[in-house]
Design a protein around this ligand. Structure first.
Ligand code: FES
Ligand code: MG
Length: 586
């Protein structure tokens, strides 16, 4: 006769056809089952919930420190309703949240930390599948990366964009219009009182930035990858249909668990190829590059920086949204959302890629209809013909750099100019408005030490506000080069993600004021005109900057972070470990 304390894994008579992972906790006899069930029952759960039904984790990034995600506890209730309707057992859990407007030095430093939090929480607990609730920029990739390394069935539900900002009869786009308002104020064209009022008008509801920033991009790309439901990217946060989508995700995840459709079955190479093309067609944020590279790395999907250039090369940008265009996310939703965009570039997509609702991406978009061709342009009248990103290489960026043509000035995409070098972000802030700064409209602004290790965390300082004296002359764009990132809501002829970064002694560290820099977008090149001998001389004299951290997470970060061309993930987090049977510890 079996020892009743023996931790063997049994399902109850009324249990699921297949023993689920959660059964290792809840289906046991003896004390190994008594303890997890009894303690969980302190929350008011009846015995029926422990009958072998799928346990669905609802991974929540709600936080008052992340305004963009402030409504996610409400949305979690909608997911729970769906899970219960489908016969699952929903359990909500928090993970560290990442709010762009507050966190320093930059949220990017903590994306991998959250991914670890998600991964370890799923693996350590009786979770059979997860609904990931994300919104603000880094929360989406962090949650997907964590779930991917566990390879459990997953659905990403975004919080949705904020309502459009409105002030004095015109629309205010998150982020994008900050640059315009700030420049208007700095050059005396706007009063302080108007600036204050605009500040209150820009962000007036729950949700993420309603421009084509990183949050919108990642929510839309989740939809394109098939891991988010149709319309996940565009339904506004306060719209009741967002709650319906969350309920649907709750219902659907239960089926995914029953059918054992894991995240790796959705996020295939075909899905990533689709995502790159969609990123071009929506004019998506450059941040998507590092996030998708890191996510693919977790799944073992072969996917490199070059794919961004090659796959996205002939994709037109169709979505006329700020920062590149005119409209905001509410209009994009009303116009029919992402399915319309995907249908318009359908011949470029892998239509047989799976979608989380069941069926294929092709089936999802087959009947998509545009209700506004101004917002979602037809293929023969795009916003820009080249929507994809350009990957540049050259003696300034041997491992690559990127540029977003749809945010750049066409006349600057082939350019030769004299470098004005800033040794770090602080040096830039201190000197950029100096009236004696030796720059003109043809100068190339170069920022060093803003990469993954150098800052650390690779902040969004690559845009570099233009020198005040040039703004006053009416200069609106200049070529800028750095190892930093750029906010998805920013624009300009900006070369970003230069690898290797300057803190590692990459060539960017060796550029000096006065060197000539050549940007040749057509040839996919970024070079500095110094000969190899001079480059070698400067390299020999290079002194690496002192590390920013001696202990704690900061040290872990700088010791293990990979370069931008590898997605800025930690070297030891690449890949996944699944959810092997766990040890019983009591
Ligand atoms: Fe959170 Fe933009 S600041 S989405
Ligand atoms: Mg952002």
């Amino acid at each position: 006769m079996a020892d009743p304390d023996e931790p063997e894994n049994k399902t109850s008579a009324s249990g699921a056809a297949r023993t689920l992972r959660s059964g290792e906790w809840f289906a046991r006899e003896g004390k190994y089952g008594f303890i997890p069930r009894s303690w969980m029952k302190s929350q008011g759960f009846s015995a029926e919930l422990f009958d072998g039904r799928p346990v669905i984790g609802i991974c929540n990034t709600w936080s008052q420190l992340t305004n963009c995600n402030r409504h996610l506890r409400d949305l979690a209730e909608d997911v729970k309703r769906g899970v219960l309707m489908a016969g699952g057992f929903p359990l909500e859990f928090p993970v560290t949240s990442l709010g762009e407007p507050l966190m320093r030095p930059t949220t990017m430093m903590f994306r991998n930390l959250v991914a670890m939090d998600v991964e370890e929480t799923i693996r350590a607990n009786p979770i059979d599948g997860v609904v990931l609730l994300a919104g603000c920029d880094k929360t989406t990739p962090a949650l997907l990366m964590g779930a991917a390394s566990c390879d459990v069935p997953s659905i990403l539900v975004s919080g949705g964009p904020m309502l459009n900002g409105r002030y004095q009869g015109r629309e205010l786009g998150s982020g994008t219009d900050v640059f315009r308002l700030d420049e208007a104020y700095r050059t005396g064209k706007m009063s302080k009182a108007d600036l204050d009022a605009a500040e209150a008008a820009m962000s007036r509801s729950a949700g993420s930035c309603m421009t084509m920033g990183t949050a919108s991009t990642m929510a839309l790309l989740s939809e394109a990858l098939g891991i988010g439901l149709p319309m996940n990217g565009t339904i506004p946060a306060p719209d009741s249909r967002r709650a319906v989508l969350a309920e649907e995700a709750g219902k659907r995840i239960v089926t995914l668990v029953r059918e054992d459709i894991r995240i790796s079955k959705i996020l295939t190479r075909a899905a990533f190829e689709n995502a790159v093309k969609v990123a071009g067609a929506i004019g998506g944020s450059t941040n998507a590059v590092v996030h998708l590279l890191a996510l693919a790395g977790r799944l073992g999907v072969p996917f490199t920086l070059n794919d961004w250039d090659e796959l996205g090369r002939d994709v037109p940008c169709l979505v006329d949204l700020k920062p590149s265009g005119r409209f905001l996310m509410e209009e994009f939703f009303d116009a029919g959302g992402l399915p319309v965009v995907m249908r318009r570039i359908a011949e470029k997509l892998n239509l047989d890629a799976p979608a989380v609702e069941g069926g294929t991406i092709g089936a999802r978009i087959a009947n998509a209809t545009s209700w506004n061709d101004e917002v979602i342009r037809p293929v023969d009248n795009p916003l820009t013909r080249e929507g994809g990103l350009v990957v540049l290489r050259g003696n300034l960026a041997p491992d690559g750099a990127i540029l977003k043509p749809s945010a750049a000035s066409p006349k600057l995409m082939q350019h030769r100019g004299r470098a004005m070098v800033f040794k770090d972000a602080e040096d830039l802030r201190n000197r950029i408005d100096d009236p004696d700064l030796d720059v003109d409209a043809d100068s190339v602004l170069v920022l060093q030490n803003a990469g993954p290790r150098g800052y650390p965390g690779m902040p969004e300082v690559g845009t570099m506000a233009l020198p005040k004296k040039l703004l006053k002359q009416g200069v609106t764009d200049m070529v800028r080069v750095s190892d930093a990132r750029m906010s998805g809501t920013a624009f300009g002829t900006v070369v970003l993600h230069v690898a290797p970064e300057s803190a590692l002694g990459g060539p960017l560290a060796l550029v000096q004021t006065g060197d000539m820099i050549v940007l040749d977008t057509k040839a996919r090149r970024i070079d500095v005109e110094i000969d190899a001998e001079e480059m070698e001389r400067r390299r020999a004299a290079f002194v690496p900057p002192a590390p920013h951290y001696e202990r704690g997470y900061g040290k872990l970060f700088i010791d293990h972070v990979q370069q931008a061309d590898k997605g800025v993930d930690f070297d030891f987090l690449v890949g996944g470990s699944g959810t092997p049977p766990s040890k019983v510890s009591f």
